[in-house]
Design a protein around this ligand. Structure first.
Ligand SMILES: Cc1ncc(COP(=O)(O)O)c(C=O)c1O
Length: 398
């Protein structure tokens, strides 16, 4: 038997927070309990039938089984048409649209194309884990941009030390945000364009949740802002809009040179997305869009149900305008990990401790609205019966 050690970069990525929550879930199950899992953000809703039919047809075509080195031109055209219709942003499908194995693929590899070991990447804190893992895998240095409630969960660009900004080779931003479910407006994006232009920093905006927005709110694309295309790209995905997380198909769009750097990394890593999946995404983008509205309404109802239910327990949480997440202040005097584990042990309801998304996430938990309404009701019921949440001290009410 040989002996070996995991690389330092992998060691530095293993999060004890997620391991602790997984172990606590296993413990509940081992004792015969039932877990209501509101931790992982995987959509439970199903794709539209016409999307599945398109994939079925493509699966039966033997011509679709070679290496898909070149993506379907009509898929890139469909995405460009969707961007034009939704955001009024014109994209040249030839070199301003890149097909990815999910936005995760692009976010994991973009740093490799732009930063050398030791160079800095500005990342949101808290942020979706790949924003931190991608730079770590590239041996780049993480420069956290704290996202604080007092600043609307937006990074304070003026607080970024100039010497860090000068060393930064990439800035990652994400609105509507996972895990914060915060949103950003035009002023913020204009500030990012100015900042990035001043310091020569490529920007990657993740707009995965643009279509899961509520009460008539319509999130904007970063690329709508003048000058954005000169500094940045945007990641968008069919995963959440069309309940297609499993097919692994997303896009990067915008600045051609940044896209070319990402495409070059990927040319060493993969051979493209299985063509039947590309046909599925094509059908989703070009086909009837009524299911998107239904999906949006489902998440909105779930959001309202959970917010109202927790309010009855005196756990007050601002109503998010978008995403499938609720970012809730821990309502008891304990840290987010202890709270999440005790909640799991007492109620079987699994949520993610905020600190798992970065140091500034401490003091919060993320609740994913990924179960049907009856199970969400049951989760609230269980919490209402638990000794820990039965009588929240008035001073701790968020
Ligand atoms: C903010 C954000 N970006 C990207 C992804 C990954 O999406 P995809 O399925 O397109 O890889 C997720 C998945 O949960 C996400 O929450």
């Amino acid at each position: 038997m040989i002996t070996f050690e995991k690389s330092n970069r992998i060691k530095s990525l293993s999060s004890s927070v997620f391991t602790q929550v997984t172990l606590a879930k296993q413990k509940v199950l081992a004792h015969g309990g039932r877990v209501i899992d509101l931790s992982v953000g995987s959509p439970d809703l199903t794709p539209a039938p016409h999307v599945i039919e398109a994939m079925e047809r493509a699966l039966r075509d033997p011509g679709n089984y070679g290496y898909p080195l070149v993506p379907l031109p009509e898929l890139k055209e469909a995405l460009a048409a969707w961007y034009q219709g939704r955001f009024g942003v014109h994209l040249d499908p030839r070199d301003e649209v890149l097909v990815l194995m999910g936005t995760q693929d692009g976010l994991a590899h973009i740093t490799l194309g732009l930063a050398n070991p030791g160079e800095a990447v500005l990342v949101p804190d808290p942020g979706y884990p790949i924003y931190h893992a991608g730079p770590v895998l590239a041996d780049a240095q993480l420069a956290y941009m704290p996202l604080l409630e007092s600043n609307g969960f937006l990074p304070d660009l003026e607080a970024i030390p100039p010497e860090v900004a000068r060393r930064a080779k990439l800035m990652i931003i994400n609105y509507p945000s996972n895990p914060l479910s915060a949103v950003a407006g035009r002023d913020f994006f204009e500030g990012v364009v100015d900042f990035a232009t001043n310091y020569n920093i490529p920007v990657a905006h993740d707009v995965t949740y643009s279509e899961l927005a509520f009460d008539g709110y319509r999130p904007m694309s970063f690329l709508e802002v003048p000058g954005a295309r000169e500094v940045g790209i945007e990641f968008y995905s069919v995963s959440k809009t069309y309940n297609l997380a499993g097919i692994r198909l997303g896009f990067a769009v915008g600045n051609r040179k940044i896209l070319a750097a990402l495409a070059e990394v990927k040319s060493h890593v993969d051979f493209g997305v299985f063509r039947p999946l590309q046909y599925g995404a094509l059908a989703a983008l070009r086909g009837p869009q009524d299911q998107v509205e239904e999906t949006r309404r489902s998440y909105q109802r779930r959001r309202d149900l959970v917010i109202a239910g927790l309010e009855r327990l005196a756990w007050r949480i601002p109503r998010p305008k978008a995403t499938m997440f609720i970012w809730a202040r821990v309502p008891l005097p304990m840290n987010s990990t202890d709270f999440a584990i005790r909640l799991l042990e007492e109620t079987g309801v699994a949520v993610v401790p905020g600190v798992g998304f970065g140091p500034s996430g401490e003091g919060y938990v993320r609740i994913a609205l990924v179960q049907k309404e009856d199970l969400l009701e049951e989760a609230i019921e269980r919490m209402a019966r638990s000794s820990m949440l039965q009588a929240l001290p008035a001073g701790m009410k968020a």
